[in-house]
Write a protein that binds this ligand. Sequence first.
Ligand SMILES: Cc1cc2nc3c(=O)[nH]c(=O)nc-3n(C[C@H](O)[C@H](O)[C@H](O)COP(=O)(O)OP(=O)(O)OC[C@H]3O[C@@H](n4cnc5c(N)ncnc54)[C@H](O)[C@@H]3O)c2cc1C
Length: 416
Amino acid sequence: MSVKTDVLIVGAGPAGLASAIQLKKLGVQQVTVVDREPEPGGTPRLCHHTGFGVWDFHRLYSGPQYARRYAELARSLGVDIRTETTITGWDDENALTFTSPQGTGVLAASAILLATGVRERPRAARLIPGYRPRGVFTTGSLQRFVDEQHLPVGKRAVIVGAEGVSLSAFMTLTGAGLEVAAMLTDLPRHQMYFPYAPAKWWLMDVVHRTPIRTRVRVQRILGRKRVEGVEIRRLDDDGVEVIPCDAVVFTGDWIPENEVARKGGLEIAPGALGPRIDGQFRTSQPGVFAAGNLLRGAETAATSAMEGRFAAASINQYLQGKAWPRRRLPIQVAPPILWSLPNSISADGASGQRKHIAFRVARFINNATMQVFQGAKLLYEQRFSHLPPNETMYLSGAWLTQVDPDGPPPQIRLSG
Ligand SMILES: Cc1cc2nc3c(=O)[nH]c(=O)nc-3n(C[C@H](O)[C@H](O)[C@H](O)COP(=O)(O)OP(=O)(O)OC[C@H]3O[C@@H](n4cnc5c(N)ncnc54)[C@H](O)[C@@H]3O)c2cc1C
């Protein structure tokens, strides 16, 4: 089976669907979105708690309500959504191979948007020793067990991680009637930030009710058939403790679902681990764009949706004949900066560049000065009173116009 469309979007999460909606609004005729899941909506479909839609719909939705809203909007505008359709590789530069219950085939398109999201690093990939007992989850697998398959998961859980997504695990566990014995982080403070007031009150309540153990690391999972506890090491005095529990949830530590991108030979940005993009969401391959969590790990759904919309504008310009930049410079970051977005600058003028560069750092840093160098030349510096880990911060993009396209890659670093 071979199908040709104007724009093919891989991933029917907020990024893919918001992009498809925007493309239809811009007048693009054929927009096809494929997803391997049986329903469109992406990750929010399985997050049965509230916390979605405030920024993009000005309403507070549960994940499934939010997913439905995007899917209904897309369908009402004529977007062709194909579920149970998994992209398996590339047929050529602008055609992808797929498999579905109807068989295999090729989907060709004038432009392709990759919006395949992220997954959490599972226990095995975190190199944590112990047997493989029942009761070990990621937030994603926990939510599938609890909310999709309605299976029991245990009575007393430990959450590994104390960031935004760990709260999602907390809500799922307490909603299923489990006690949360502790949230664990190797950092000196939790990293659960909530921008709007009602959520702040709620967050304070969670923090009050749950022991948050800071500066600790899980070093073993106990139990052979069923989890019996976790052994943790205190990083400050090297002491070892056991927390009895029958479920462990590993949260965060994101890995972009970059397999399709890698199979296509797209350049992958180190640190972010998603396809390298410029300020217009263009990857290293002409006609191929990328947006959403695939680019760098989990943000809010609204951020991914907004990126999808920006990418749509860029895709539309490409369909109308805008030339693909012939050259681009990578933007490099130095530790403790983990990644920046965009992570390259195209040599087709400053007009397409973003006003801000998003970035994350690996640890809490106070009174920091971020500097941008190109070779030995200081292009820009900006002070930050506080840089927290697991939260995206924004550096002004004022320096982008000063980059010499024939010079070395600009580098963002912390002074001192
Ligand atoms: C547990 C959890 C709780 C969260 N809670 C909140 C919250 O309360 N509020 C909030 O704003 N955000 C929340 N988020 C973040 C939000 O869900 C994400 O930011 C958002 O879903 C990202 O959208 P996306 O489109 O980039 O990726 P996703 O939503 O992950 O969608 C990617 C889609 O791509 C599909 N796909 C991947 N590979 C292929 C392939 N080869 N072929 C076909 N399809 C493929 C997947 O099936 C998936 O449907 C939460 C995230 C998690 C994990």
